[in-house]
Design a binder for this molecule. Structure first.
Ligand code: ADP
Ligand code: GLC
Length: 477
């Protein structure tokens, strides 16, 4: 049995901005089910979504600040969570990283440096918790300093750093670095420095014993200039310790047979029941109720990564077709406005909800026929996995985890029963439009469509296999 400290800045259902929370909420649970002794450590944000008790455990002084450690349970699991409680940095409402206009909080460098320092104290068993991990598993730039700071310690635990997205690196000015009071031994181009700036992600990429990312294809892509954001050389240099492990999903939370957020439960033998969700979705989205019209769904952060510009370029042509489109997302205000304009122009075809709404996300997965995910890059992507589990056929661009989890519906894959979606290569509106048209032809062949749905629903995306791969990695270090 391994003792594992899992360090993350978000975990579902406590706090979530994206897929990192889904992973941090479900991988520790899967590892606990494999009898591992795992603790999650998170900042104690103001509005944690839980009805579990949160209790005070101990206090410690870190960087001249008085920190409390609180303890709670990850809802519906046996995983214990330590919360790093420092009110001036974490006790405020809203998004953990950005203000309401999408601008990063001014003190993010201080906030996440303190979080990492406390994680290091816990990892070194200096936080009065009487528990020393064998492995510290860090995720994304917010916990990147942990492997770097641990590299300065004797008798330290092993470290793993998982990249969920190379586009977010935690870059700060050199003057901020000096004010953070981090050892000068880490400040050099082969350390935390990146072109004269502090790069928190480099703390993980340079100093962790093992680096993973969330799909095998993305592990290769980030070693190239198009996906590496200037760190491809470093990643190539560390390729011997870099690997890709595809994310799993929480198959209890995302289960069309039991999902409390959907209108009618179904499985692959009762797919006709899925239409009850389509009706409910059409009603909820104020679209005409019509069981025959293909409904497209999209749930996403509205950012460049997700190929929203490609969708915008396709929309004039899509709106001329007999389809409906239900979109849920928030992010770039320009994307939000342009999408809302289409919804105003075509109220009978398109519904746009700007905001974050988990129940609606589940209903869109259950009620749509087709799910759109034309990402420019996608480290793993979870919605294409949820879609397959709900018999909602995804259209994806062949990149990262999308390439690793969707089998394109071509004559051969349809014939041998492996096809689960439609994929395209070039990030152009024209190729996306071709994929959409190809999907509509498949949709019109009811029997083929049912086959695709059943192939998708049969696939096993549970965490079990991937959690075993992480366990093997921990054991190999
Ligand atoms: P990323 O982490 O890059 O945003 P993923 O596909 O890995 O992409 O994960 C996104 C997660 O966030 C999914 O669980 C998705 O359902 C959820 N999500 C994204 N936007 C919204 C939204 N506006 N409302 C509800 N859930 C959302
Ligand atoms: C990131 C990626 C997404 C991935 C998620 C969880 O946010 O953008 O592709 O699924 O992390 O690993």
């Amino acid at each position: 049995m391994k003792k594992i400290l899992f360090v993350s800045s978000e975990a579902h259902p406590l706090i979530k901005t994206g897929g990192l929370a889904d992973v941090s909420g479900s991988l520790p649970k899967a590892l606990a089910e494999l009898s591992q002794d795992i603790h999650l450590i998170l900042p104690n944000y103001q509005h944690l979504n839980t009805s579990e008790e949160i209790r005070y455990v101990c206090s410690l002084r870190v960087d001249n600040r008085d920190i409390n450690i609180m303890e709670t349970r990850l809802p519906h699991t046996n995983v214990m969570v330590w919360l790093v409680d420092y009110a001036p940095f974490f006790n405020f409402p809203g998004n953990p990283y950005n203000d309401a206009n999408g601008n990063a909080w001014a003190n993010n460098a201080e906030r996440f440096t303190l979080f990492c320092r406390v994680a290091v104290e816990v990892a070194m068993n200096r936080a009065h918790l009487n528990w020393k991990p064998d492995v510290v598993h860090c995720n994304d730039w917010q916990s990147g300093l942990v492997p770097a700071l641990l590299s300065l310690e004797e008798h330290r635990p092993a470290t793993v750093f998982t990249i969920h997205n190379m586009a977010y690196q935690g870059l700060f000015s050199s003057s901020q670095y000096y004010s953070l009071n981090i050892s000068g031994r880490l400040w050099h181009p082969n350390g935390l420095e990146f072109h004269g700036m502090l790069s928190m992600i480099k703390g993980g990429l340079v100093y962790a014993d093992r680096i993973t990312t969330v799909s095998p294809t993305y592990a290769l892509e980030i070693q190239t200039p198009d996906f590496g954001y200037g760190l491809e050389g470093l990643l190539r240099h560390r390729q011997d310790v870099l690997s890709g492990i595809l994310n799993g999903i929480d198959v209890e939370q995302w289960n069309p047979q039991t999902d409390p957020a959907i209108h009618q439960h179904y499985d692959m033998n009762s797919l006709e029941q899925k239409s009850g969700n389509k009706t409910a979705l059409q009603q909820k989205a104020s679209l005409p109720v019509n069981p025959d019209i293909p409904v497209f769904g999209l749930i996403s952060r509205l950012v460049e990564q997700k190929g929203i510009d490609l969708i915008l370029d396709c929309l004039p042509e899509m709106m001329a077709m007999p389809i409906q489109f239900v979109l849920l997302g928030a992010g770039n205000p320009n994307f939000e406005h342009r999408l809302q304009n289409f919804a105003h122009l075509y109220p009978h075809k398109m519904s746009v909800t700007v905001g974050y709404d988990e129940n609606l996300a589940h209903l869109i997965e259950a009620g749509s026929d087709i799910f759109l995910m034309p990402s420019r890059f996608e480290p793993c992507g979870l919605n294409q996995l949820y879609s397959q589990r709900y018999g909602t056929i995804p259209i994806v661009r062949q990149t990262g985890g999308l390439a690793d989890s969707i089998e394109d519906a071509l004559p051969e894959s349809i014939a041998n029963g492996t096809a689960t979606g439609v994929s395209f290569h070039q990030a152009h509106a024209g190729t996306l439009m071709e994929a959409i048209k190809r999907t509509l032809i498949l949709f019109s062949h009811k029997e083929t469509w049912r086959h695709l749905q059943r192939n998708s629903m049969r696939k096993d995306f549970s965490w079990h296999n991937s959690a075993l791969q992480y366990l093997k990695l921990y054991n190999d270090i």
